[in-house]
Every structure is written in structure tokens, then in C-alpha cells.
Design a protein around this ligand. Structure first.
Ligand code: NVA
Length: 308
């Protein structure tokens, strides 16, 4: 049984396979129906969502399946009943469980007990579905990701930065995270990125200076300074991360045709300026659309692997 809980659950070959599948499903959205029946996919959200819920729901329907929204607050997973018990109940009803929650360890428990594939729809630690969409977007606008340089500026300890390190290295990219002290990725993650890079040619590193990170980059990425669950730290984060804002001046250091990615929601004037988000280098709307194609590919790939 395969799951997609963190970016490095896919080997480099498997990631490429999923990206190829995503491109094929984008070209022919209704040609593949692995959920025909329809079989159901549970989508559970313990944190806010727009893109993830709608892209999964639309994608599951396109795959011939039934998107089943499970209201996180009503289910009370881990509160009303244990993750283990919920997992075993859900596994008797649905073909796949998609879960957005706080702790990666809860997702691991779900995967251990569900008996069906489990997909990470964002945790505090990782956002791997977003990275498949991001890599698909890079492929479409700039060709193969391998060898390209990515600069992630801002909250370098957030789920998106962590996913970039792992998924980027898996794709053979050089990922530089730029963040101040206290907002940097763990040594463990950086080591894991380099370990993956040993076979793909990719790498992961952290630098403080955003100009150094962005200089010559092919892709520049940022994310909110206040990830879901960190709302109480909003003022401290705005103060600490202010100099890492993705402004036209910072972007000017990147390659002339560098792409700008942001998983959204965006906070104009904070982590990214309006000019950059709406500017010619921004591909954020394609990136948002690609969530659907990417996640369909993840689901189709897992269903095929679950059956084998
Ligand atoms: N780092 C952000 C990503 C939102 C899609 C968060 O966790 O809120």
C-alpha cells in the first residue's frame, strides 16, 4: 500500500511518472476513470481551505469518483475518537483518504490503519500536493526542472519551504531557502535534500541574505509569513520577515525570465508585492489550476499502486 504523506515518498522516477501523468490528465481530463463506480474519496479539513477542497473535489469527479467532504470539526478526529479508529472506519467506506491537518504524526497513524491510500492535503510539516502542481507549472513554462535554481524567500521553516527542499531535490533542482534566524529549515531537512540530491544532482541550502538567494534564480517562490495555526505570532512574524518580502527590487536579481510561484492565499504588501504577484513573471493562476491535474495524477497513481 502506497501513500503520499511527504514529498520524498516518491522516488525521482516516481515523481517524474506522476508529473507525466498530470500532464496527460490535463490534456485529456475525462479519459481516465480509476474511481468509476463511483468510488468515494474522503476529504477531511481540519484547517481552512479553498484551492485544496475545490481542486480535489473537481478532480475526483473527473476521475469518475465521488468527493466526500468530511467536516473536520464534526468528525473530531483524535478528540471524539482516536485516529486509529477513524482510520479503520473510513477505510471501510472510501478508496482514498485525503486529509489536511496539523500533525504529520497523525497523518502517519491514519496511513498505518486506514487500509487505503492516504494523501497529505497539508500538514504543519509538508504540502506535497502543492509541489507536484508547482513542478508541473515549471515544466509547462520553463521546461524540465532538473538543474534549475529555486529561491524560496520568507518563512523558511514553513511547510512549503520544507516541501520545496524535498520535492525540488527529488526533481534535481538546486533549492536555496532564504530566511532569518528562527525561521530556517532544520538541519535534518537540509541533509535529507542533499541525500536525495546525491542521485538527482539537486541540492538544498539555506542563506540569510535574500539577494544572495535570488541572484540568478530561475524560479522564485514565497509563501505567507503566517501559516495556518500561527495566527498568534502574526506581529512578530511581520517584523522578523519584512526584509524577505518579494518585491520588484528583489526579483530584479533573478534571471530575466525567472518564474514567480506562490501557493496562495497571497498577502499583497507582505510576503509579496502586488506588482510581482500580478506581474508578467507570475504564474500563480496556472499554478492554482494545476493543483487539480497534479492531485488527479497522485490519486490515479496511488490507486494503481494500491491495487498491485
Ligand atoms: N504555509 C501555508 C500554506 C497555505 C497553502 C500554511 O500552512 O498556511
Amino acid at each position: 500500500m502506497r501513500h503520499f504523506l511527504r514529498d520524498d515518498d516518491l522516488s525521482p522516477e516516481e515523481q517524474a511518472e506522476v508529473l507525466d501523468l498530470a500532464a496527460a490528465l490535463k490534456a485529456a481530463p475525462f479519459d481516465s476513470t480509476p474511481l468509476a463506480g463511483p468510488r468515494s474519496v474522503a476529504m477531511i479539513f481540519d484547517k481552512p481551505t479553498l484551492r485544496t477542497q475545490t481542486s480535489f473535489a473537481a478532480g475526483i469527479a473527473e476521475l469518475g469518483g465521488n468527493p466526500m467532504l468530511v467536516e473536520g470539526r464534526l468528525a473530531g478526529i483524535g478528540v471524539r475518537e482516536s485516529v486509529e479508529d477513524v482510520a479503520r472506519v473510513l477505510g471501510r467506506q472510501v478508496a482514498v483518504v485525503v486529509w489536511r491537518t496539523f500533525f504529520q504524526s497523525d497523518l502517519d497513524t491514519m496511513a498505518q490503519w486506514a487500509g487505503v491510500p492516504v494523501v497529505n492535503a497539508l500538514t504543519d510539516d509538508f504540502h506535497p500536493c502543492q509541489l507536484i502542481a508547482d513542478l508541473l507549472t515549471i515544466r509547462e513554462h520553463a521546461g524540465e526542472p532538473a538543474g534549475k535554481r529555486v529561491a524560496f524567500v520568507g518563512d523558511g521553516a514553513c511547510n512549503m519551504a520544507s516541501s520545496w527542499l524535498l520535492a525540488g531535490a527529488t526533481a534535481g533542482m538546486h533549492v536555496t531557502v532564504s530566511a532569518p534566524d528562527g525561521y530556517q529549515p532544520t538541519d535534518e531537512l537540509l541533509a535529507r535534500a542533499d541525500e536525495i540530491g546525491g542521485s538527482t544532482g539537486g541540492s538544498g541550502r539555506v542563506v540569510v541574505d535574500p539577494v544572495e538567494a535570488v541572484s540568478g534564480a530561475d524560479v522564485v517562490v514565497t509563501d505567507t509569513w503566517v501559516s495556518m495555526g500561527k495566527e498568534l505570532e502574526e506581529r512578530a512574524r511581520a517584523k522578523a520577515l519584512g526584509p524577505w518580502s518579494l518585491t520588484p527590487e528583489l526579483l530584479a536579481h533573478a534571471a530575466e525570465d525567472a518564474l514567480v510561484l506562490h501557493c496562495l492565499p497571497a498577502h499583497r504588501g507582505q510576503e509579496i508585492s502586488d506588482e510581482v504577484l500580478e506581474g508578467p513573471q507570475s504564474v500563480v493562476w496556472d499554478e492554482a489550476e494545476n493543483r487539480r491535474h497534479a492531485q488527479k495524477a497522485v490519486l490515479a497513481w496511488l490507486l494503481e499502486r494500491a491495487a498491485s
